[in-house]
Design a protein around this ligand. Structure first.
Ligand code: COA
Length: 189
């Protein structure tokens, strides 16, 4: 039976290993553990950590799903959905009201949509420094400059539509695009 809930410290190394194998490394787990250990949520199967979901701060009462990973041996069995739902309950109980998450594409977009997330923006990686006004023809919501590249957020509810993604990339001269999904949380979610 799958049991989802706050990660026990004894499971931290197993959670880190999942993040290394399926995400971009263990740093996000460690950051969330230091910031809000109650929002590092695990899925246990027979007492073993087979999934982890963790967060980073958003704006105001917003919060960001920094990563979610399920052991590939157990993928596609509903564990990820159950884990995400348990994490949302924890985030809602902690007082957060909206969650956002970035998805680089593929089946993960289906996963978030299936779990009630709605596309609200694109985040486009653009080489070089982009001015605050950004490119024309699109509604810029945010520009962040990181030395040799910039991240340009564009309002869009087109989600995984490939034509809309291509148009957004072309408008910005971007090299990479992720869809930003959002979902409202309630204390009862
Ligand atoms: C994304 C992830 C957490 C989903 O976990 P999961 O336990 O497989 O999720 P669920 O079983 O609840 O699946 C939900 C939906 O996603 C689909 N899905 C999951 N893995 C899939 C895969 N490898 N290929 C195609 N579809 C997949 C399922 O088919 C299901 O949709 P359906 O019911 O309509 O068929 C897991 O696949 C994973 O760890 N991926 C690698 C890490 C990652 O990319 N994380 C997200 C970015 S932070």
């Amino acid at each position: 039976m799958i049991v989802c809930g706050r990660l026990a410290e004894v499971g931290l190394d197993a959670a880190r290993r999942l993040a290394v194998e399926y995400l971009h490394g263990a740093e996000g787990v460690d950051r969330c553990w230091a910031w809000r250990p109650d929002l590092v949520v695990s899925a246990l199967l027979g007492g073993q950590v087979v999934g982890v979901c963790f967060a980073s701060p958003g704006f105001g009462t917003g919060i960001v799903v920094d990563g979610i990973a399920v052991d590939g041996n157990f993928a596609g069995r509903g564990i990820g959905s159950k884990l995400l739902s348990a994490w949302e309950v924890a985030a809602g109980a902690a007082g957060f009201t909206e969650v956002t998450v970035g998805s680089a594409g593929g089946y993960v977009e289906h996963f978030y949509e299936k779990n009630g997330y709605r596309p609200v923006e694109y985040c486009v990686t653009v080489p070089g420094v982009v001015g605050v006004d950004g490119p024309g023809g699109v509604e810029i919501t945010r520009v962040r400059v990181y030395g040799d590249f910039s991240l340009v957020n564009i309002a869009s509810t087109n989600g995984r539509d490939p034509d809309a993604k291509a148009a957004a990339l072309a408008a910005c001269g971007g090299t990479h695009l992720s869809v930003i999904y959002a979902k409202s949380l309630s204390p009862m979610s």
